[in-house]
Design a binder for this molecule. Structure first.
Ligand SMILES: [Zn+2]
Length: 294
């Protein structure tokens, strides 16, 4: 399988991180920069002027007097954890190339397991939300696969009771993979695949897939399924193989929360060439995220 260079996704240096984000105020300022890169914008009325209040923890809009904070409305909404802990969690997520699990995070930061789990759930949600902003386009390899432990009903391939996953990888003209999306699905019926195409793919995307009947009726994309045999869809199968290794390595194949692990995997994959920018990319994803309902 090809080397996807996941190892290059290093973080800023430990020393740099530790000195730059060692106070609540420093973390809040970074979140402010990431959330409002062109300066404050009131989420209610769009006004760009504000008064800092309560020691700069809150911004009050000059025009409509709406009060907001850098965490309000994001996955950090109403968090009781210090921002320094959030930053540590983001940093550790980025530096651990295989992904960090809640047990490791709770041990490393000296927080309880529930807090670590809460943090990871929200950070991964921010990753998924961020990637949902981008549509796949150009040439896209698309296939479904099965993830999880050994099948209980003894069937192989389509028809097993493992989790069904649809994977799509866009690539450049020279064949280099660009962007990956993965989604847990109920079934591999045409209707399900069409929903994924509508949600993830730009118009006129060229889709390379196998000749399975569910793919044959897909609308709004240009299908190219006749030429694919074993050995084709190379990048897609490399991505799937890397994901399975990622899942087994860190999560011991645990199947709950599978979608959020896939979101994390894809977020890393899609930014595998960003090098030491990955920490700030993830901080931005968190700072611009939407709150979770539960
Ligand atoms: Zn306002």
């Amino acid at each position: 399988m090809g080397d996807l260079n996941m190892a290059k996704a290093a973080a800023i240096s430990f020393k740099e991180f530790r000195t730059r984000y060692n106070t609540e105020a420093a973390c809040r300022e970074e979140l402010f920069r990431q959330r409002f890169p062109k300066g404050f914008v009131c989420p209610k009325c769009g006004c760009t002027e504000y008064y800092p209040i309560r020691g700069r923890k809150t911004c009050q809009c000059r025009s409509c007097r709406h009060q907001t904070s850098v965490t309000a409305g994001t996955v950090m909404h109403r968090t009781h954890l210090p921002l320094t802990i959030w930053f540590w969690a983001i940093y550790l997520c980025v530096t651990d190339k295989r992904g960090i699990c809640a047990v490791q995070l709770s041990n490393t930061l000296g927080i309880c397991y529930e807090s670590a789990w809460y943090l990871l759930k929200r950070i991964r949600a921010a990753m998924g939300q961020r990637d949902a902003n981008y549509q796949l386009s150009g040439i896209v390899e698309m296939d479904d696969c099965y993830v999880g432990g050994p099948s209980h009903n003894g069937k192989r391939g389509r028809g097993t009771d493992k989790a069904k996953v649809v994977v799509a990888v866009s690539k450049a003209e020279n064949g280099v993979p660009l962007f990956a999306r993965m989604k847990v699905v109920e079934d591999i019926k045409g209707k399900t695949l069409q929903q994924i195409v509508n949600e993830y793919f730009a118009d006129k995307t060229r889709v390379e897939c196998d000749g399975y009947r569910s793919y044959r009726g897909l609308d709004g994309v240009e299908l190219n399924y006749s030429i694919y045999e074993a050995g084709d869809l190379h990048w897609l199968h490399t991505v799937i193989s890397n994901f399975k290794t990622f899942l087994m390595g860190t999560y011991h194949g645990r199947m709950t929360e599978l979608q959020s692990y896939m979101d994390e995997f894809c977020f890393r994959f899609n930014r595998r060439t960003t090098g030491n920018q990955l920490f700030l990319r993830l901080t931005r994803a968190v700072a611009t995220s939407c709150a979770l309902l539960s």
